[in-house]
Design a protein around this ligand. Structure first.
Ligand code: GLV
Length: 312
């Protein structure tokens, strides 16, 4: 039995992945694409942005495991073998990294560091009064593992935290929860710093266009760190130019890598990182992947499995 690893050209470490996954699965031959050997032996594929079309080469594939939190990179393969379980990755290290990324930008905006960075360019010494965290609302869109983790860490720093998701949820402790289309405007209207960690699905594509982003109070900030394609980038740029939105920290984009001629690169109020907010950790993820493979081999369901109705 063999497991195939295939990672994107923008990940440097496929050999490291192989080493950790192999250590967790000593009885399975772990191979790295394109060195797949006998294709009949491949029972599992663990992938991050694999070359589309390759998975249909393996007739005995039992499951596809994502090496990242999202599975949109798998679903976008037009030649995806049908009816195989697709397993998402929930990893504490990745959640922790996402919390750090969110906290970094929340503090950058909340504590006026974006202003002081610009002042330094002009050698300008000017102190801005501080706002208390309880007077600042951070609104999180997407309240799965990652969104809840971010919310909890911001609550512990004293911020007022709101959340929005597609469907109703039971109690979320100190996070005031809004849901569904009807409550989106109300949620946005109460948000000073918006964090987007929604998955990209047919329902979330282009969810935040001009009309929605205008519901944010004037002077708001955006931290876009789930998936591109949810915030409409053209509308965001025009609201930044109008000053309705003060600044945006963008880690994910409609098109990745972000093309050199995209105006976001050089906008003075946009901060760009190359989709690094939550990088999968090979050591801890390998354990989760191995647990899921043992579950499938024991005829149990892996967790969490992609749900076609929810779209993630
Ligand atoms: C990163 O974007 C991931 O889905 O893990």
């Amino acid at each position: 039995m063999a497991l195939l690893i295939s990672v994107s050209e923008f990940w440097e470490d496929e050999k490291v992945w192989r080493q950790f996954v192999q250590a967790e699965l000593p009885d399975i031959d772990v191979r790295v694409y394109p060195d797949d050997g006998d294709v009949n032996e491949i029972k599992y594929a663990a992938v991050w942005k694999h070359p589309h079309g390759i998975l249909k080469k393996y007739p005995n594939l039992k499951a596809i495991l994502s090496l990242g939190a999202g599975v949109d990179h798998i679903l976008s393969d037009p030649d995806l073998p049908k009816d195989l379980p697709i397993v998402r990755l929930v990893d504490v290290k990745l959640t922790h990294e996402m919390c750090f990324h969110a906290l970094h930008w929340v503090l950058h905006f909340h504590s006026d560091h974006y202003l002081y960075m610009n002042q330094q360019l002009d050698k300008k010494w000017l102190q801005h009064g501080s706002i208390q965290p309880e007077d600042r609302s951070v609104g999180i869109m997407g309240l799965g593992n990652i969104g809840k983790g971010i919310g909890t860490s911001l609550v512990s720093q004293g911020f007022k935290v709101l959340g929005w998701g597609a469907s109703q949820k039971s109690s979320l402790g100190d996070i005031k929860y809004f849901f569904g289309d009807e409550q989106l405007g109300d949620f946005l209207g109460k948000t000073n710093i918006l964090i987007n960690v929604l998955p990209l699905t047919k329902d979330t594509t282009n969810l935040l266009g001009k009309q929605e982003l205008q519901c944010l109070p004037r002077g708001s900030f955006i931290i876009n760190m789930g998936r591109g394609g949810i915030v409409n980038e053209t509308d965001l740029l025009s609201l930044l130019d109008e000053g309705h939105i003060t600044a945006a920290a963008m880690d994910v984009f409609e098109q990745e890598p972000l093309p050199a001629n995209n105006p976001l690169w050089s906008h003075p109020s946009v901060y760009i990182t190359p989709h690094i907010a939550g990088q999968s950790n090979p050591k801890s993820s390998a354990k989760t992947i191995a647990e899921n493979i043992y579950r499938i081999e024991d005829d149990k369901l892996p967790f969490p499995i992609y749900n076609i109705n929810k779209g993630y």
